[in-house]
Each structure stands twice: as C-alpha cells, then as structure tokens.
Ligand binder design. Structure first.
Ligand code: SAM
Length: 228
C-alpha cells in the first residue's frame, strides 16, 4: 500500500488507536523505564509525542522515528519539532544497533504482506535492541476482525481465519470522515511463529478494549517480546 498517497487522509481521521494503546504503553514505560525509544513505522509521531509529553525531559536520552513514507516523515518532522535528541529517518537500518531499550511497532505489522517481510523486519528490530531491550508491538486483534469498533471495521470473514497473508479491507471512520485501506491478515499463531523465527520470546500479550464499552471482543492486541 502506498502510504504517501493516503497519509494525509489517514491522519485526518480521529481514529482511537492512540486512546486505546497509549495507556498500556505508558504503563509499560513506567514499569520498565527505558532510557531511549525508537518507533518503527511511527507515522506522524503521535506515540513518540505522547511518550515525550508524559515524562520529564530527562527521562529519555534519545528518540528515533522511522517510516518508509516520505509524507509521514514530513508530518512527523513538523509534529515533533520541539523534541531534542530525536532522529527521524526513512529506514531503521541506519539506526544504531544494540542501542535501543524500547522499540515500538504500532499498527505496522498488518501492512507487511509476506512472512519473509515480517520476519526480516522483526529480525532487524532485534538487532536494534540493547541487551535488555524490549519490543512493544500492537496489531488489530486477528481473532475479532469480523466485528465493528468505534473507529474501524474490517468485515473479515472468520471462515478465512487460517488463510495467512490474506488481504482484507479495513474501514476507518470518525463522525465526519472515512477511509478504506488494505491490510494483511496474520493469525495469532503467525505472530508468535514470526516472532520466534526472528529470535524473540513473548513476554506478555494484552488484549485491549474498545473505547466504546458496548463493543464486543477486542480491537487491539499488544505483544511485548524480548530477544532470546
Ligand atoms: C497504520 S500507520 C501507523 C503509524 C503509527 N505507528 C501510528 O500508529 O500512528 C502504518 C505506518 O507504517 C509505515 N510502514 C509500513 N510498512 C513499513 C515498513 N516496512 N517500514 C517502516 N514503516 C512502514 C507506513 O508508512 C505508515 O506510516
């Protein structure tokens, strides 16, 4: 999918992922106290900005954001212009290896279209992590893609659940705008096998609730993993 073409439309929708995912990330940062943070596929930098604003300026010594979309990088540069010690670049391959205490990969894994792409990216992330480093990743929950949530629906037919790599349409919406995009379905087993193949152990899985308490199931799944 070409994120340069849809970046502005995507960012224009008041979608709930930051409201749902950030409290868990915040809790984890408080527990784990990483000294630096790299956000891979960080989009316009909203998660880095939230992390920066919730802690005092001395908490993190260094931030990085990478994204393959030029338009997203431009939006991130504008949004994060007040953060010092921040590297913004188009590839995680240029970041310092064995340096990062926390790497985040939020709403990116569903953009990766093949097992190889997933395992390669995860393996490269593992190389970035410091000796006690952790990966914090969030994906839309693969087991509940047939349900509608407050700001997205996928209408994924669960009889296709075991079709790994199947493309599916996701509709994002707020009260004014909507956008349809393609994602790739990875089962829960795929996520665990891909992490395992990339050299990670899973430490924690958290299934998150929608902002709408009446929603069924879980819209987002967080996986925290550390190098084996
Ligand atoms: C759904 S957006 C999420 C952005 C951000 N993580 C957030 O949650 O606000 C997915 C982002 O992943 C980026 N992306 C997709 N594949 C990527 C890859 N292989 N490496 C780096 N970024 C990638 C896209 O350009 C896009 O900005």
């Amino acid at each position: 999918m070409n994120w340069d073409i849809i970046a502005d439309a995507y960012l224009g929708i008041s979608e709930d992922r930051d409201k749902i995912i950030f409290p868990v990330l915040l809790k984890y940062i408080k527990e784990f106290s990483p000294k630096n943070l790299a956000d891979i596929g960080g989009g316009d930098g909203r998660f880095l900005e939230l992390a920066f604003t919730h802690f005092n300026h001395n908490h993190f010594s260094e931030f990085a954001l990478t994204d393959s979309s030029t338009r997203m990088l431009a939006r991130a540069k504008s949004r994060l212009s007040n953060i010092k010690n921040l590297t913004i670049c188009d590839s995680h391959k240029t970041l310092k290896k064995h340096n990062w205490d926390l790497v985040t990969l939020i709403a990116v894994w569903m953009s990766l279209e093949t097992h190889e792409e997933c395992i390669n990216l995860l393996s490269q992330i593992k190389e970035l992590l410091s000796s006690n480093g952790k990966l914090f990743t969030a994906v839309t929950h693969p087991c509940f893609r047939h349900l509608n949530y407050h700001s997205f629906s996928a209408n994924f037919d669960l009889t296709n659940y075991f079709e790994s790599g199947k493309k599916f349409r996701v509709n994002l919406y707020d009260s004014i705008r909507s956008l349809s995009l393609w994602d790739t379905h990875w089962t829960l087993s795929d996520h665990t096998h891909q992490l395992n193949s990339a050299g990670f152990n899973i430490e924690l899985i958290e299934e998150l609730q929608d902002v709408d308490n009446n929603s069924e199931g879980s819209p987002w799944l967080v996986i925290i993993a550390s190098p084996k």
